[in-house]
Design a protein around this ligand. Structure first.
Ligand code: ADP
Length: 179
């Protein structure tokens, strides 16, 4: 699914966040210590190589909602923006904290004059945020910020399963239909 809003292309695709060579920055759903771990973070660190963990160690720890930027090393992307999503049921209010992750990542990318960014579905894996709820928060946040962007021209959500893809597509249709 692709839509253009205020000159920015918003795409929702199924795929692997480490295989997005046509975007400048990918977002990592990181942990507080910016260690490899599992899920998205494990995959990104494996693909980037050990230099990423070295750079990350200088920036950790980060707080829930924070975003920090590193180089991409062996990834096909110039940069990685690492965010710490809320753990569902623990870090509250979850929706505000999740929204802050997307806001901070997108603002940081725009400040760095990045023109394209890919996000995974933050917090909906190990952190347990229900994907239907999370997708609405993610997309509403991005849609609100789009008119303020100066450099980012392409924003892609990369979902790992058909179910997650469907949730994001439904959420976008619902939000756009509301307007
Ligand atoms: P969190 O700790 O924020 O919940 P996870 O990495 O556990 O992060 O998962 C977030 C979402 O990303 C889940 O829906 C998971 O299925 C998905 N995911 C896992 N690996 C990848 C990958 N390589 N590319 C894109 N999405 C992925």
């Amino acid at each position: 699914m692709r839509v253009e809003i205020s000159g920015v292309l918003l795409e929702i695709v199924k795929g692997d966040i480490t295989s997005q060579p046509d975007v400048e920055v990918i977002v990592n759903s990181a942990n507080r210590w910016l260690k490899p771990g599992g899920g998205v973070s494990g995959a990104i660190h494996r693909a980037a190589g050990p230099e990423l963990e070295k750079e990350c160690s200088k920036l950790a720890p980060i707080e829930v909602g924070d975003a920090v930027i590193t180089r991409g090393y062996n990834l096909p992307n110039d940069f990685v923006i690492h965010v710490l999503g809320p753990v569902y049921g623990k870090d509250k209010p979850e929706d505000v904290l999740l929204s802050r992750c997307y806001q901070n990542a997108l603002k940081l990318a725009d400040e760095r004059r990045v023109d394209s960014i890919a996000f995974p579905s933050i917090s909906t894996g190990i952190f347990g945020y229900p994907v239907r709820e999370a997708s609405k928060v993610a997309l509403k946040t991005i849609l609100e910020l789009i008119p303020t962007l100066k450099n980012v021209k392409k924003i892609r959500f990369v979902l790992f399963s058909d179910e997650d893809l469907q949730a994001y597509e439904d959420a976008l249709s619902e939000i756009l239909g509301e307007k």
